[in-house]
Design a protein around this ligand. Structure first.
Ligand SMILES: [Zn+2]
Length: 452
């Protein structure tokens, strides 16, 4: 345990040391780390010089969110996406350390052993109470981060009781899924003490595919109401574009996300038979007709490009790496401290908090990798969307509306490490660059004039 804390602290330091000077130096959109070609070398083709400057247009869009509004959204994102994940991880590792050191975990294992001789049921008896202990211990942070902090930024629409009820439903789900998954995990470890990590990774990938598949039909409805998008000119336009892209037309849903929060959003969820595009009611109420279309173009991109499947494949590789790490690190640490913790081997459920701590540390280290996977998909979806919907200015203005919870103009390193979608800066630049290439198209010519 002690080995990991300095390592994490060093990483925290390195992340901030790297992002701070980069922020000061940043000059223009060319600094975005997503560039694969030097954008300065590619002037818009066939455009008279000075008629439309995509860099100026990008800067003019970004300037529309300034002053306290900009400071507020920067501060929200820096806390929510950059600092708090570290705090959460360090806190969880500390809790796991305490539970091991004071042998709470060993005592719970001994209790389970006294109840039954079956090692299968011992694992189940241990896991439930331990999940509850960890959930209660981390509750103060959950309460601050997902209730009070959200409220202070004006993003929370729930009363405390409604929020707490959602938390309880979440905990119930965690208990059910945790009990099943961990009982299976320990059964596998006992049967294959050396190669368990490969089998467990395979089962975890299966679980995540199954979870993705049932999420929109079983889990999401526990928290929100989903309905087909009501008939309207907007729906007609969405379906026209969707059908043009080969998307089954009945897969556009509306969710009452305003029940919980003020965030504007849309998403693609599900896998195989359950895949669907959903827009939230905040987007419907706060976005213009063209803005909704522009956002849904992005979501249709995720759908058509099979990003749920690619997410599972690439996420599956991360899962294999994670279990490989758990196998190696558990053995090393249990050799060093197993005596103090009364934890014998990886098949001993009392070692579960060590697995949780190692998983937490490794997931934190993998943040840039996971973000790179989702951000790469999002860039493809943006490009798909703009070509399907052809509304670069509507997409740019809705990106500004997303800025109530996303920092618009991060440093390149910050974007590389912390962003699961391109930053507002990168996205508006993508749109204006696209527009510069399509100025002579009749629909773009007749469309809105970008700020300059
Ligand atoms: Zn996306």
């Amino acid at each position: 345990m002690a080995k990991f804390l300095p390592l994490l602290a060093a990483l925290v330091f390195a992340f901030f040391a790297l992002s701070a000077p980069a922020a000061a130096q940043q000059s223009g959109p060319a600094a975005a780390p997503t560039a694969t070609i030097d954008r300065h070398e590619l002037p818009p083709i066939g455009t008279p010089q000075g008629a439309f400057d995509p860099q100026k247009a990008t800067a003019a869009y970004l300037a529309q969110v300034s002053g306290t509004a900009r400071e507020r959204s920067d501060a929200y994102f820096e806390g929510h996406d950059e600092v708090l994940p570290f705090v959460d991880a360090l806190y969880m590792i500390a809790i796991c350390g305490l539970v091991l050191w004071f042998r709470v975990s060993a005592a719970l294992r001994d209790f389970a052993v006294r109840q039954t001789r079956s090692r299968f049921w011992q694992a189940s008896l241990y896991v439930g109470p331990m999940i509850l202990i960890l959930a209660v211990a981390t509750f103060p942070l959950t309460l601050y981060e997902s209730f009070f902090r959200e409220k202070s930024y004006g993003l929370m629409n729930q009363t405390f009781l409604a929020w707490f009820k959602d938390q309880l439903i979440g905990l119930g789900l965690l208990l059910i899924i945790g009990l099943i998954a961990l009982t299976i995990l320990y059964a596998i470890i006992r049967r294959a003490p050396r190669t368990w990590w490969v089998w467990c990774a395979a089962v975890a990938i299966g679980f995540s595919a199954f979870g993705t598949m049932i999420e929109p039909v079983v889990i999401a409805p526990l928290f929100n109401h989903y309905s087909p998008l009501p008939e309207s000119p907007l729906k007609t336009d969405i379906l026209r574009i969707a059908r043009g892209e080969g998307i089954p037309a009945d897969n556009v849903y509306l969710v009452d996300a305003s029940r919980q929060s003020d965030r504007i959003s849309a998403n693609v969820s599900g896998f195989m038979g359950t895949t669907r595009v959903t827009l939230n009611d905040n987007l419907l109420h706060k976005g213009t007709h063209d803005e909704v279309l522009a956002v849904l173009g992005h979501e249709m991109g995720h759908y058509v490009l099979d990003h749920a499947l690619w997410g599972l494949v690439l996420g599956g590789l991360v899962i294999v790496l994670t279990f490989g790490f758990l196998q190696g690190a558990f053995g090393g640490l249990a050799n060093l401290f197993g005596g103090n913790w009364d934890v014998r081997e990886v098949s001993d459920p009392a070692g579960f908090p060590l697995l949780v701590a190692l998983f937490t540390a490794f997931s934190l280290l993998m943040t840039p990798v996971n973000n790179w996977i989702t951000r790469s998909a999002a860039i493809q979806a943006d490009m798909f969307g703009i070509n399907a919907v052809r509304k670069p200015d509507a997409f740019s203005s809705v990106v500004l509306k997303l800025a109530n919870y996303r920092k618009l103009d991060p440093s390149p390193w910050e974007e590389f490490i912390f962003y699961d979608h391109p930053s507002g800066h990168t996205r508006i630049w993508e749109m204006m660059r696209w527009k510069a290439q399509h100025l002579d198209d009749p629909d773009i010519k007749a469309g809105p004039v970008s700020p300059q």
